[in-house]
Design a protein around this ligand. Structure first.
Ligand code: NAD
Length: 314
């Protein structure tokens, strides 16, 4: 895949789609942005609102509402359409409605002649990334789910806050389902290059008991935000813009996107959040972490749950 026009189409212009659009514009990532929504007025209104600020943006960007024909020469199509979680709902509760929406959208995108990379953010994201792949007929590498990128930035932020260290000096991943069965990989978490388990021995700010509280807090972050403001969107907006940047700039950066497992971690036939090298072709390869036995077991449980849901919607 060669990136040509830096044209991105965002389908679904609700909280998440517009946050992704806003973040991409402010980071100067794109030359052209087309917004599509089943509610045409919403897409048009959002395009007009975003355009109003364009003279202050990092780069000039064409922003407009459009239709599926616009996908033909797009480098990336980002899909955020679908219903979101209501207080008390899990992501998996959304699967039937959102799988139908995903199939109908991907069919229309492919009918346009689209030949780029899909980035999927709609929930449950690992399942919908699978549905997008199956409907598109493209190679699995070209369908990139946002996976556990948001959970991972939450994880780094929580740990960094506790330690009073810049989150960019904290390395570690949440992997597996973007949802209730996600796994914190403590065995591969480092702070300034030092494994966290060694770090806490000398550090008074954090103890072993804090680690499981912290991963639970990350797992439940969306529930807390949804209880307070009905939706989450800035975090996923910034996470998705980060993935778009990696693809457009052919970065070969490692991000925990939802990628298709072909035997890695002893699993196959499922998309889930795992550290992956992302470039202009989508997912180049998956990095296999040599996790401890407990983490492996948790990951296996998470993947098995995703496989069951995939079977149930086939
Ligand atoms: P929202 O209700 O604000 O927006 C959804 C938009 O999709 C609406 O504008 C709606 O008109 C549009 N839409 C619905 N059906 C459509 C169709 N067939 N074609 C085109 N557009 C259609 O919801 P939101 O808060 O923006 O959430 C969107 C999705 O993103 C949800 O599934 C939510 O759970 C998910 N989400 C994912 C993450 C993540 O980490 N991946 C984080 C937060 C939210």
């Amino acid at each position: 895949m060669k990136i040509t026009s830096r044209k991105v189409v965002v389908i679904g212009t609700g909280f998440v789609g517009t946050s992704i659009a806003y973040s991409m514009i402010n980071r100067g990532l794109i030359n052209e942005l087309v917004l599509i929504d089943v509610n045409q007025d919403k897409a048009e209104g959002e395009a007009l609102d975003l355009l109003d600020g364009i003279s202050w943006a990092k780069e000039n960007v064409i922003v407009r509402a459009g239709n599926y024909k616009d996908c033909e020469n797009a480098d990336i199509v980002v899909i955020t359409a679908g219903v979101n979680q209501k207080p008390g709902q899990s992501r998996l509760d959304l699967v039937n409605t959102n799988a139908k929406i995903m199939r109908s959208i991907v069919t229309q995108v492919m009918d346009s002649g689209f030949d780029g990379i899909f980035v999927i953010a709609s929930n449950p994201v690992d399942i919908l990334t699978y549905v997008a792949w199956e409907t598109s007929g493209l190679d699995q590498s070209r369908i990139v789910g946002t996976g556990t990128t948001l959970d991972t930035t939450r994880f780094r932020k929580e740990l960094a806050t506790k330690l009073e260290i810049d989150p960019r000096s904290v390395h570690g991943y949440i992997i597996g389902e973007h949802g209730d069965s996600e796994v914190a990989v403590w065995s591969h978490t480092t702070v300034g290059g030092k494994p966290i388990l060694e770090f806490i021995v000398k550090n008074k700010k954090i103890g072993l008991e804090d680690l499981s509280n912290l991963s639970n807090k990350v797992k439940n972050a969306a529930y807390e935000i949804i209880d307070k403001k009905q939706a989450t969107y800035y975090g996923i907006g910034m996470s998705t813009a980060r993935i778009v940047k990696a693809i457009l700039n052919n970065e070969q950066v490692i991000l925990p996107v939802s990628a298709y497992l072909r035997g890695e971690y002893g699993q196959e036939g499922v998309f889930t959040g795992v550290p992956s090298v992302v470039n202009q072709n989508g997912v180049r390869e998956i990095i296999e972490l040599n996790m401890d036995a407990y983490e492996m077991k948790q990951f296996e449980k998470s993947v098995n749950q995703l496989k069951e849901v995939i079977e149930s919607i086939k």
